[in-house]
Design a protein around this ligand. Structure first.
Ligand code: PLP
Length: 475
C-alpha cells in the first residue's frame, strides 16, 4: 500500500517519510533529510534512485552506503550555476574531497565541472586516477611531506601553501631539482595559493571574530607583508591566489560575508608587493540538515551572499574581480547518501532504555562518537508502521560509547529489519576505520533503478593484507 503523507514531514505517529513531489528542481539538497529521489514504493519500502533499499541490502550486503547520483549532481549544479548566475567574473567550485574521496564520487563531481580539493598524497593520487584535470586540483594540508609536494609539482596541480616551513621546503625542492619531470604548466612556476587564518571562526551557531585564531592551519595575517614579499621574489613560484576556510556546518551567511570582505582587503595589500593575485578561495562550510530542526540556508542563498560581498568590496577598492573559488564538502555530498544497516539483537533495561543493535557503528560512521553528532533514521521496510518505540541505536563495537542515535522514534523493530541512517555522505566513509577489525562496508551509486558498486566490501583477507608475521614469530 502506498501511504499518504504531507511533504517531508513526520506525521504524528509515523516515521519520517520522503516528500512527495513531481520534480526536484530548485530543492537545495542540503535542506533535505533524504536524497531527492527517495520515495515510498508500492511495497511500502524506502526507494532511492529507483532502487528498493531492502533489495539493495539483499544484493550487496549490509551495512551498505547508498549514494544517490541525482542528489549529488544536483548539489554540484546548484553551486556551479549559482556562481555563474550571481558573479560576473570567472568562478570555480571545488569539491572538498575529504568529505568522501573515492574514484566514482570524484568522477561525478568532475563531470559536473567541479575541481577537486585534496589534502594528502592519497587523495591527490585518487583524483588523478579518477581522471580529474590537474588544472582543477588544489592540494591542501598543514604538513605536506616533500613527497607530496613533489607529486603535486610533477602533476601540475595548484599547491595551497599553509606555512613558512612548507614555503621554504617548496622553494628548496624546486631549486635542488628533486622534481624529475616538471609538468608543462609548472614551467612558468609552480602555481601556489596562500592559506591565511582570517580570525573568523564559525561552527553551526558559534561565530567568533578575533585578531588571532587558535588554529593549526594557515599563515597569520599579521605576517602577510613578509609572506607576500618572500613569494614575490621566487622565480619558480606563481602566486595565483589567497585561501581561507572558517569552519564547517555553518548556518549563517554573515561569517562568509565577513570573510569575503577581509579577503578582498588582502587582495588589495598584495598589489603593494607587485603580486598579481587573481584567485580568491573562500573555503567551504555551508551546513546541512541532519535533523528536522536544522535550518541551513540553501546553496543558492549562500553562493549569492558571497558573490555580492566580493563584488561590492572589489568595487570599493577599485579592484578587478578575482576568479572566485569555493570548496564545499558536506553540503555537496552528505544528503546524497544513506547508510543501510541490519537490525540484530536488542536489550531492554526496564525504566532506563532499550538498545537496538545494528551490524555497523563507529567504524563506518565515527561522527557520533567523535563529535556527538546527531542523525535521523527510519526502518526502510516498515515505513508506514506506527511509531511505538523510543530506542537507542547501538553499534556493534566493543565500546560503550558506540551509539549511533539516542532516543530514536521507531516502529517496533525486529532482527532483520533494515535501519537507514540519513545524510551519511560526508565524513563517514572518509573517516571510516577497521576498529575491532570490522571490514569497511560496500558502497553503491544508484540512478534510474540501477545500482553500481563503487566501493567493494572489505574482506577478512583485506584486513590482514598489510600484516607481516616475522618468521621467528610463527607458531
Ligand atoms: N576546505 C577546507 C580547507 C576544509 O578544511 C574543509 C573542511 O574541513 C572544507 C573545505 C570543507 O568543509 P565543509 O565540508 O564544511 O564544506
Amino acid at each position: 500500500m502506498v501511504s499518504t503523507h504531507p511533504a517531508g514531514v513526520q506525521n504524528a505517529g509515523t516515521q519520517y517519510l520522503p516528500p512527495r513531489r513531481n520534480t526536484s528542481t530548485n530543492i537545495s539538497p542540503n535542506q533535505e533529510l533524504l536524497p531527492l529521489t527517495a520515495k515510498v514504493n508500492s511495497d511500502d519500502n524506502l526507494e532511492i534512485g529507483g532502487c528498493d533499499v531492502t533489495n539493495l541490502v539483499q544484493q550487496f550486503g549490509s551495512p551498505l552506503y547508498i549514494l544517490d547520483e541525482e542528489t549529488l549532481r544536483t548539489a554540484c549544479q546548484q553551486y556551479r550555476d549559482g556562481f555563474q548566475r550571481y558573479y560576473p567574473g570567472a568562478s570555480q567550485v571545488l569539491y572538498a574531497s575529504k568529505a568522501w574521496n573515492c574514484l566514482a564520487v570524484l568522477a561525478i563531481a568532475a563531470a559536473e565541472g567541479l575541481g577537486i580539493d585534496v589534502v594528502s598524497g592519497g587523495e591527490l593520487y585518487t583524483a588523478l586516477t579518477a581522471g580529474v584535470n590537474p588544472d582543477k586540483i588544489y592540494l591542501h594540508g598543514n604538513n605536506k611531506s616533500r613527497d607530496e609536494l613533489v607529486l603535486a609539482i610533477e602533476s601540475g596541480v595548484t599547491i595551497v601553501v599553509d606555512n613558512w616551513h612548507e614555503l621554504h621546503t617548496l622553494v628548496e625542492t624546486l631549486h635542488t631539482g628533486v622534481v624529475e619531470t616538471l609538468h608543462a604548466t609548472s614551467l612558468h612556476g609552480t602555481r601556489v595559493m596562500l592559506r591565511l587564518t582570517p580570525g573568523i571562526e564559525c561552527h553551526t551557531h558559534e561565530y567568533i571574530r578575533t585578531g588571532h585564531l587558535d588554529s593549526k592551519f594557515g599563515f597569520d595575517p599579521n605576517d602577510l607583508g613578509e609572506v607576500f614579499e618572500f613569494v614575490s621574489q621566487q622565480p619558480n613560484l606563481t602566486c595565483v591566489g589567497l585561501h581561507a576556510h572558517i569552519g564547517s556546518q555553518i548556518f549563517e551567511r554573515q561569517p562568509h560575508r565577513d570573510l569575503a570582505a577581509v579577503m578582498v582587503e588582502w587582495l588589495r595589500d598584495a598589489k603593494k608587493y607587485g603580486l598579481d593575485i587573481t584567485e580568491l578561495n573562500v573555503g567551504g562550510g555551508l551546513g546541512i540538515k541532519y535533523v528536522e530542526s536544522d535550518d541551513p540556508p540553501s546553496i543558492d542563498e549562500w553562493v549569492k551572499a558571497i558573490c555580492e560581498v566580493v563584488q561590492t568590496a572589489c568595487a570599493a577598492e577599485n579592484l578587478p574581480l578575482p576568479k572566485l573559488l569555493s570548496e564545499p564538502g558536506r553540503s555537496l555530498i552528505a544528503t546524497a547518501c544513506v547508510t543501510a544497516y541490519t537490525v540484530g539483537s536488542s536489550k531492554t533495561i526496564p525504566e532506563i532504555r532499550t538498545y537496538v543493535s545494528i551490524d555497523g557503528g563507529m567504524s563506518d560512521n565515527p561522527r557520533p562518537i567523535t563529535y556527538q553528532s546527531v542523525y535521523r533514521a527510519v526502518i526502510a521496510n516498515k515505513l508506514s508502521a506506527p511509531l511505538t518505540e523510543t530506542v537507542t541505536i547501538a553499534g556493534k563495537h566493543c565500546e560503550s560509547g558506540d551509539i549511533l542515535i539516542k532516543n530514536a522514534q521507531l516502529p517496533k523493530t525486529e532482527p532483520g529489519d533494515i535501519l537507514v541512517v540519513m545524510a551519511t555522505g560526508a565524513y563517514n566513509y572518509s573517516m571510516a576505520s577497521n576498529y575491532n577489525r570490522l571490514p569497511r562496508p560496500a558502497a553503491v551509486v544508484v540512478a534510474n533503478g540501477e545500482a553500481n558498486l563503487i566501493l567493494q566490501r572489505e574482506t577478512y583477507q583485506d584486513l590482514i593484507r598489510q600484516d607481516c608475521l616475522p618468521e621467528r614469530l610463527k607458531n
